[in-house]
Design a protein around this ligand. Structure first.
Ligand SMILES: Cc1cc2nc3c(=O)[nH]c(=O)nc-3n(C[C@H](O)[C@H](O)[C@H](O)COP(=O)(O)OP(=O)(O)OC[C@H]3O[C@@H](n4cnc5c(N)ncnc54)[C@H](O)[C@@H]3O)c2cc1C
Length: 623
């Protein structure tokens, strides 16, 4: 952190600089990630420099870097992780892009930029639980997406991504045309050394990485951007950034985790570096879902027990947002943060901390052994019950995650702009499962029984089953499939003992009363005899939980996407609290606000837009 200025502060300074910086610092105190010091001096010496400096190498950062390079700019990508990709490389990699792409034309799908824009601003699209999906989208940002959508698709193809026909559309990218295509990867869904998590997103990221390196983009890996330098704390141009060396090591060893490719990486290993951006800095750092205090600005219920989809490979720590806010940037479109399928998800993997997906043993991520998890699958919910932190059921366990409802084909008889859409229910979720009342996550987050001040956290959700269920479903309940060591899976001969064991988990802030769990299971078993769930209407409860040993597996909902962030305009320039451009600062992807849209579509498109504009940035402060 830099020292405060030593000269006396006059009244004008206080109003224009000190007060604003003070407000920002106060507002951000205690947010978890490093809060940059807005009063820091511009560095005396730059360690590195390029025309455009990109923060992050995921679904936004790589397209941004390539596009800027294509436009003639020199580019450095600063990446906190030991390898590129972020959430993008863990993803399924489907590309929700339309507006008249060559792929759409090949498949006879009619689409246009105007149609994309109309879809993404259609006020009439309302999810079954009452959330208006597109209503709070920023019109300027959506217009830019619509206008650049098809060009982004062709750009991605030109930079090495190969696509195949999609199985379904889950892209929340409009309902009137199919705008989804999936990448081709050898051995689809098989853990691949190309991807740290075995995800198909490697089929997007690795070609883009190869193209970026071939075109001369340089990568500074293992460096975490901590601060963005501006001419003065809340005025003038952005000049560059400061980053610190934070290598990650193989668990239990001193061996540094290495990137898949090393040629083209800048090897510096200084504790702190200042990187000058001659034209612009692009924030592509992937959002805020891993920063508990920051995500709770938008939804206070997202307390620490909720884990994050991309962890433990990639962390969305809100550092891009915090650094930008400390030099005056505004947040935007925060109404978009509410309960959406990918903001808060129920998963089918239980029994380990990171339950978004089952990390495969061949994955290079597998050294994080505790990340693996027991995949109980959709039919598995008939064989278990879910209980809250005080050992009580709260829902029909067979219910899915929050419905999507805003992808092509998910609302029956969709008519753009029709008031009838507000009454229509999605007929299937993204897994093709018939979806009715989406109770699960609501209930999980709303159940405050046993919660304690100051946060009143809903606490963990525990999935309870017995030895008979494990045998029926052929679940392997031994490590590394389950995490006994860290307290995400427990085994006991009695339900009372199981409740006592569960109390050892670090997120279990209150003891689970043993009598509660025993009574809950006894009541559920009585519903099996009755053939009816009198409490939550689970369809015909079939299996009693009465054969020891008994198991408790971590099943707490997961945060996935960030759908709100920094205010940007259609050129992806970051705006301040007065709506003025912060010269030389751009943002796209999950760190940007104004788009309630999942995934690669908006991220790659905003990378494309920001990279092109950053490369041509000239000193202007007007919109
Ligand atoms: C498991 C999973 C599956 C998914 N499946 C799909 C799918 O099938 N289709 C789809 O469209 N979307 C999918 N998504 C969503 C999609 O991957 C993300 O929306 C997208 O990757 C976000 O792009 P981004 O550039 O904003 O962030 P990321 O791709 O996460 O990239 C951000 C990068 O910034 C780096 N970074 C962060 N802070 C700093 C800092 N201070 N300094 C330096 N570097 C920093 C991170 O390490 C990371 O590499 C999935 C996501 C996950 C987690």
């Amino acid at each position: 952190m830099g020292k405060p200025r030593s000269r006396p502060v006059n009244r004008r300074d206080f109003i224009t600089k000190g007060a604003a910086a003070g407000v920002a610092a106060t507002a951000m105190a205690g947010l978890g990630a490093t809060v940059p010091d807005a009063e820091a001096q511009t560095p005396r010496q730059w360690d590195l420099e390029a025309d455009v400096v990109v923060i992050g190498s995921g679904a936004t950062g790589l397209p941004a870097a390539i596009r800027a390079r294509d436009k003639g700019a020199s580019v450095i990508v600063v990446e906190a992780n030991y390898d590129v990709g972020g959430h993008g490389i863990l993803s399924g990699g489907s590309l929700p892009l339309g507006g008249g792409t060559s792929w759409q034309k090949q498949h006879g799908i009619e689409d246009s930029p105007d149609q994309v824009f109309r879809d993404l601003t259609d006020w009439s699209v309302v999810l079954p639980h009452g959330i208006a999906d597109y209503r709070y989208n920023d019109r300027e940002v959506q217009r830019a997406f619509a206008d650049n959508c098809a060009a982004t698709f062709e750009f991605l193809i030109a930079n090495g991504i190969v696509v195949r026909p999609p199985a379904f559309d889950s892209g929340s990218v409009g309902l009137s045309a199919l705008r989804m295509s999936a990448p081709v990867l050898e051995g689809v869904n098989v853990p691949s050394p190309m991807s740290p998590g075995g995800g198909r997103g490697a089929a997007n990221i690795r070609p883009l990485e190869a193209s970026a390196r071939a075109k001369g983009v340089r990568f500074l890996l293992n460096y975490h951007m901590d601060r963005i330098h501006r001419e003065s704390p809340t005025a003038g141009r952005v000049l560059g950034l400061e980053a610190s060396y934070k290598p990650r090591f193989l668990p239990g060893s001193t061996t540094r985790m290495e990137s898949y490719r090393s040629e083209g990486n800048i090897d510096l290993r200084k504790p702190t570096v200042n990187v000058r951006a001659r034209r612009a800095v692009i924030i592509a750092s992937g959002g805020s879902s891993s920063n508990v205090n920051f995500r709770r600005i938008f939804d206070p219920r997202l307390t620490e027990e909720h884990q994050v989809g991309g962890e433990p490979y990639s962390f969305q720590d809100a550092s891009g947002e915090l650094a930008a806010m400390s030099i005056g940037a505004s947040l935007w479109g925060t109404a978009n943060a509410f309960e959406r399928r990918r903001v808060i998800m129920k998963r089918n993997v239980v029994g380990a901390q990171y339950t978004y997906t089952q990390w495969g043993p061949n994955s290079p991520l597998f050294p994080f052994t505790r990340a693996r998890g027991l995949n109980i699958g959709i039919p598995g919910w008939q064989h278990v019950i879910s209980v809250n932190q005080v050992g009580k059921r709260f829902c029909d366990e067979t219910h899915g995650e929050l419905p999507d409802g805003t992808g092509y084909g998910l609302i029956e008889n969709y008519v753009p702009g029709s008031v009838r859409n507000t009454k229509a229910k999605p007929h299937a979720n993204a897994d093709g499962v018939k979806q009715e009342t989406p109770l699960y996550v609501h209930a999980a987050l709303a159940m405050n029984e046993g919660s304690m001040p100051p946060d009143y956290a809903a606490g963990p959700v525990w999935v309870i089953f017995d030895a008979a269920a494990a045998a029926r479903r052929k679940w392997n309940v031994e490590p590394p499939n389950v995490d006994l060591d860290q307290g995400y899976f427990f085994v006991a001969d009695t339900l009372e003992e199981l409740a006592r064991q569960v109390t050892r988990n670090k997120y279990q802030k209150v003891p689970m009363p043993p009598a509660n769990l025993a009574a809950t299971v006894a009541r559920y078993n009585s519903f099996v005899d009755l053939g009816r769930d009198e409490d939550f209407d689970k369809p015909t409860p079939r299996y009693k939980i009465d054969t020891p040993p008994f198991y408790a597996a971590w099943g707490t909902p997961v945060c996935h996407d960030t759908v709100t962030g920094l205010r940007i305009n259609g050129r992806c320039q970051v705006l301040d609290l007065r709506g003025q451009v912060i010269p030389g600062l751009y943002c796209g992807g999950e760190s940007a606000g104004g788009s309630n849209q999942h995934g690669w579509g908006r991220c790659s498109c905003q990378g494309y837009i920001s990279g092109g504009n950053a490369a041509e940035d000239v000193a202007t402060t007007s919109r």
